[in-house]
Structures are given as C-alpha cells and as structure tokens.
Design a protein around this ligand. Structure first.
Ligand SMILES: [Ca+2]
Ligand SMILES: [Ca+2]
Length: 223
C-alpha cells in the first residue's frame, strides 16, 4: 500500500475493498482453512470483531486484542469481554456491562484467524479441531437465546465464524460462559464457506477494481 493511499483514506477504503474482492475471485480452489491447533488462548485471537447492540437502539464494536500473558479482550465504553487462559476449552469468558442495557453480543472470530468449535457427536468433527464446547453459561444472567452462524469452509457442522447471544429485556452485570475456539494457520487463515457470487456482482466488482487500479497508476505517475 503506497503512502498516498494511506494519507487519503476516502480512496483507500473502496480500493481495498475492490482488491479484496478480486483476490477472493482469483484465489485457487484449494486455498482453504487449515486448523493449526486447538489450544487457543486469550492472546491468540487478536482481530476478532465484537459487536454490542443496546436496548436503546445504539451499538458499539471493539476489536479483540492481547492484554497480558494468555489474556485478551475487547472493551467498549460501558462493556468488556475478556478471557485469561492458555485455552478456551473449559475456561470461562467474562462479559460485563454497566449502565446501558445490552440487547445482544456478537463475536465474529474470523478476522482474528479464529473459529468457534461446538460440541460434535463424533471426534474430532472437523479435522484438527479436536473437541468443541458449545455455548454454556457458567454464571450470571443467561441470554434468552444464542446462535452460531457463518459456517467455516471446511466445517463438517461443528465450526462457525460467529457466536451471538440475545437478551430480550436487556443485560447488565457480569456473565461468564464457556465456548471453545480454535485457530487457523498464517498461510491458510480461517475463512467462511464461500457463497456463490452472482455473475453480475463479479463483473461489477471487477470493473471497480480495474478503475481503482487505473486511478492508483495515475496517482503513482503523478507522485
Ligand atoms: Ca476445539
Ligand atoms: Ca471439533
């Protein structure tokens, strides 16, 4: 990424999006998630996107980052999600909120090269994922509902990108819960099962990418 793009974020975003779209289309068919290991700790999930919706209609997101040895978390203005352990298998996550009633918590693990591994009747489920642990409340106010969504490309049914939970009448206080996560590798990071894009969408994205590339070339010639 050249410095001109970084200094001009309004151009950076569409150019980056177009590049990513083209990269996705051009990716070889055998490039898929590889599970690197099942001992995923609090400091192994940097980049996960944590979204909190409130009963008043507002929302706030934060990115998971390392906070210490085997420790990590994501923190908003009135809430925090954290975990301290060398493995998420059997170690509780802690979600706390004050003042504003939380309607939902959604944890998108994929940007952190991480995936949720749920319990599966036969070991190990998806190769390399070992045992999973489906969402289970350890203490505090349980959500009225929870769900896993966005299956990972290699999942046989146990591995998911996003864990969400909802409280119909809102949540404050502290809740601890269990949920297992695993990591992908650097060369084969975690990715969602690919939806088949509409032919028109591919064409539109390719056109945008070509225009962005042409714009970048012109700027580089100028700069
Ligand atoms: Ca696992
Ligand atoms: Ca598994």
């Amino acid at each position: 990424m050249n410095r001109l793009s970084i200094a001009n974020p309004t151009h950076l975003v569409p150019a980056l999006a177009a590049s990513l779209a083209l990269a996705t289309i051009a990716a070889p068919t055998n490039a898929q998630t590889v599970v690197s290991g099942y001992t995923t700790g609090g400091d192994d999930m940097n980049g996960m996107q944590v979204l909190v919706d409130f009963l008043d209609g507002s929302s706030e997101s934060a990115i998971w980052g390392t906070t210490g040895y085997n420790a990590g978390g994501a923190f908003g203005t009135t809430w925090g999600l954290s975990l301290t352990s060398s493995t998420t298998f059997g170690a509780p996550w802690t979600f706390s909120a004050t003042n504003k009633l939380v309607r939902s918590l959604s944890i998108n693990a994929i940007p952190g090269n991480t995936m949720w591994d749920t319990d599966w009747p036969t070991y190990p489920g998806t190769p390399g994922s070992a045992n999973g642990w489906t969402f289970q409340v350890a203490s505090g106010q349980a959500p009225d509902a929870y769900s896993y969504s966005v299956p990972i490309d290699i999942s046989v049914g146990d591995i998911w990108g996003t864990l969400s939970m909802q409280w119909l009448n809102g949540f404050t206080g502290t809740m601890r819960f269990y949920g297992d996560t695993d990591n992908g590798t650097a060369s084969n990071p975690v990715q969602a099962a690919k939806p088949v894009p509409e032919p028109g969408t591919i064409l539109a994205l390719a056109t945008v990418g070509a225009l962005s590339a042409a714009t970048r070339r012109r700027r580089n010639q100028l700069g």
